[in-house]
Design a binder for this molecule. Sequence first.
Ligand code: CA
Length: 257
Amino acid sequence: MAALTSPQIQSNVRIGLGKVLLVEDEELIRETVALSLADEGFDVCIADNGQKALEMLLGNNAKTAGAIGQSAISDISLVILDLMLPGMNGLDLCRLVRHQGIDVPILILSAKGTETDRVLGLEVGADDYLTKPFGMRELIARCRALLRRCQSQQKADDKSVLRFADISLHIDECRVFLVDKEVSLSPKEFKILELLLSQPKRVWSRNQIIDQVWGYDFMGDNKTVDVHIRWLREKLEENPSRPKYLKTVRGFGYRLG
Ligand code: CA
């Protein structure tokens, strides 16, 4: 992987811009784009054919997936892809990358500029399409826009999962896992757990839990909370009488951890 790491380029690196893989067989374009990207603070690696690019994405992928033991996430945050390449062309590469489940944003940079070409590029899984000749500022702006879109999607995904120790609660999917085993909860148990997970250190009184989970018009007594906590402990705790997660704070209420 030919990363540009001269001190001059490194001194311009700004935090959080990510690594761009530039796949381009024409040396002049490759060098010009790589330098401009590096100058803007991107970490750049290059491939002059599709096969090499695929290996970089897959190698990367396998390494990262093995390390974190979940769906593959490459440390390449964006691919700029030429279409007319020796050997495997850009469209086939794009197709293969998507087929492997790699969802890195791809910007096609091609001399093929008809509407059909652009539609085809987007249909095989590219996220954006820029026609040569192009302006460098537009290319950089599009790269930034793609990365922004991707990062805000990532943030949205992060917010929809609450975690504490071995417990993870997926808000949108209404599912709870203990390590990787799914735990079946009633809607009220789910709501209580969601509330506790939302602020792990906070102590909640029974009345506060009732207000948040059942609503202000709840007519029952607050022993209901104790009953639901007991059920939750039975489902989540290894030893429900000595809870690790759902702790009683005597005289106040409940707290997580
Ligand atoms: Ca080319």
